[in-house]
Write a protein that binds this ligand. Structure first.
Ligand code: NOJ
Ligand code: MG
Length: 588
């Protein structure tokens, strides 16, 4: 017995040996399309303008689908294209069943889907379940307490302050975009909850009519031929149940910031990550699977936006008895670096955080940016953009590219006067840069010409980023080596490599700030990624990392400033790396 315990301890000790991680290989079963897909996020307002109004649109996207095909993209997720007053640039939807006129018509959407199908590209829409616009007919009816709509939103009388006698909001809850999460409605004489902007009232998921209505939304767009949904803002979907007197609890001060308008000022115990939210996603999965059972065709997918701790996020995948989301987004490569800075051991930790918590048999995913974060090139540093693209493509599972990451696009400079993002606008000229998401939303850079080839109009809805004359598709396709060409080579490698699709992983951050990622599969070539996150030149000995790594390795892909040559073989025992150099090598 004692011997057995000792043996067990030994096994555990080896398994957790510092800085070296092994994941068992997923079996080489046939995978569904989304398990090996390359996802690409389009921010429609900024992708391509077809009619010269300076605002991207559906026909613009349709005209550029071949570009996505050329990149090797499998599925494109479009940020919201529905009718909207554009307070939150489409995340405030007034009609969930129609297209925003600036972006086109339902006919244009159908043409987009048709062209995508011809090119064998899948289209995924943004599903925004937490709230509607205050201009939605549902909200207007709810304000008037029209039959069936009385409880569509979270209404509350508020509290009477015993000292002043004045009416106050029901709780101290804060919205994401700064300030109270409650707004008084004169007409209905009640407060409504809005976890985002005042113009984005929260739908009431404790009302079965709302649950049904939002399932109708899913079915409607599935019938229009979409291949799934990126589901917006899951953490605030449900709030805690009120007590017997109908009162909600206050949140407590978190200590994270002194700024009492900032959402982080309070905890979010009662307004985020409730168990009912997980169950709702399981219900949506059933809607998708039922649709496939009835109408046939490919699986459609659910990608879940949730900046939550692992214990909550991982539940979205489903459990032993229920399927959930195909892919809850993994934002660790964003959030861990935002908190602690970019280096090899922090990247290792971000990888651990996902792989060590993900339930068995599920598909991992890797994300380095989106329309809510500063652009990857700006956040990680321009010199690391190839490294980060390499990383997300050689880790197991799938990755999601935000438009422009393939080019190394950087943030635009947006003055306070030019700021349009509500998160920025709700602050002030001194602090708006901490909040505004406009810099990552500047027009996509197609050419070095007028408006970067984005629009023929006189102006664009946000100014262009400074570097568009050098960082653009036209230029990068003609350069011998470019971020774009590296990106394309990576997508192609993942498509063709059984090892990257099915292999096991071993990874380690070295003391020299180098990250080594090795993917192996029996009877297939081993792939090794080596990234120097440091600012000093170093030499690594890969046989220290894996003692079988003694034979020379062939270079497949290198970061833009690397002076090595593709196709050349390198000695793994003395692999030199310049600062920020990133390489993908193979045993073949
Ligand atoms: C998350 C979206 O990504 C963001 O852009 C939006 O402002 C909020 N959800 C509210 O819908
Ligand atoms: Mg337009």
């Amino acid at each position: 017995m004692e011997l057995l315990r000792l043996l067990l301890l030994l096994v555990l000790a080896i398994g957790t040996s510092e800085g070296c991680q092994v994941q068992s290989s997923s079996s080489e079963t046939t995978k569904d399309w989304w398990e090996t897909a390359q996802f690409y996020q389009i921010y429609p307002r900024s992708f391509k303008d077809s009619d010269g109004d300076g605002i991207g649109d559906l026909n613009g996207i349709t005209s550029k689908l071949e570009y996505l095909k050329d990149l090797g993209v499998t599925a494109a997720w479009l940020s919201p294209i529905y009718t909207s007053p554009m307070v939150d640039f489409g995340y405030d939807i007034s009609d969930f069943f129609d297209i925003q006129p600036e972006y086109g018509t339902l006919e244009d959407f159908r043409a987009l889907i048709k062209r995508a199908k011809e090119l064998d590209l899948k289209i995924i829409l943004d599903f925004v379940p937490n709230h509607s616009s205050n201009e939605s007919v549902w909200f207007k009816k709810s304000v008037k307490r029209e039959k069936g709509y009385e409880d569509y939103y979270v209404w509350h009388d508020g509290k009477i302050n015993p000292e002043t006698g004045a009416r106050e909001p029901p709780t101290n809850w804060l919205q994401y975009f700064r300030g109270s999460a409650w707004e008084w409605n004169e007409e209905r004489q009640q407060y409504y909850l809005h976890q985002f902007a005042v113009q984005q009232p929260d739908l009431n998921y404790r009302n079965p009519l709302v649950v049904d209505q939002m399932k109708r939304v899913l079915r409607y767009w599935l019938n229009e031929g979409v291949s799934g949904f990126r589901c917006d803002a899951l953490p605030p979907l449900f709030e805690v149940l009120p007590d017997a007197d109908g009162q909600f609890p206050d949140e407590v001060v978190s200590g994270a910031t002194e700024d009492s308008e900032d959402r982080d000022y309070l905890t979010t115990t009662y307004i985020e990550n409730q168990p009912e939210t997980i169950d709702m996603v399981y219900q949506w999965r059933t809607v998708l699977d039922d649709h496939k059972r009835i109408y046939g065709g490919n699986s459609s997918v659910l990608l879940i936006e949730t900046y939550s701790p692992a214990w909550f996020t991982m539940q979205f995948y489903g459990n032993r008895s229920t399927e959930g989301a195909h892919l809850p987004f993994n934002f660790n490569l964003i959030t861990v670096m935002e908190q602690r800075g970019l280096n090899a051991s922090n990247v290792q930790e971000a990888i651990d955080l996902w792989l060590n918590n993900m339930p068995a048999g599920r598909t991992a995913n890797w994300v380095i940016g989106n329309h809510d974060k500063l652009r990857a090139s700006t956040r990680y540093g321009k010199e690391h953009i190839d490294a980060m693209n390499i990383l997300v493509m050689i880790l197991p599972g799938v990755s999601v590219t935000y438009q422009g990451e393939e080019l190394g696009m950087t943030d635009g400079k947006i003055s306070w006067e030019q700021t349009v993002d509500p998160w920025g606008c709700n602050s002030n000229a001194d602090i708006y840069e901490k909040y505004s998401r406009d810099p990552a939303r500047t027009p996509f850079q197609w050419t070095s010409g007028a408006n970067a080839g984005f629009s023929d109009g006189n102006s664009t809805w946000l100014p262009l980023a400074d570097d568009y004359q050098t960082v653009n598709v036209e230029q990068e396709l003609s350069d011998e080596l470019s971020h774009l060409k590296i990106y394309k080579a990576l997508v192609a490698l993942r498509k063709s490599s059984k090892t990257l699709q099915n292999g096991s992983i071993k990874y380690q951050a070295t003391a020299d700030n180098v990250l080594i990622v090795q993917r192996s599969l029996t009877s297939s070539a081993t792939i090794v990624g080596v990234i120097n996150f440091g600012s000093a030149a170093v030499t690594v000995d890969l046989s220290q990392f894996d003692k079988s790594r003694t034979e020379s390795l062939q270079l497949l892909i290198r970061s833009i400033d690397s002076t090595k040559t593709e196709g050349t073989r390198y000695d793994p025992k003395t692999l030199s790396l310049d600062p920020a150099e990133a390489l993908v090598l193979t045993t073949e």
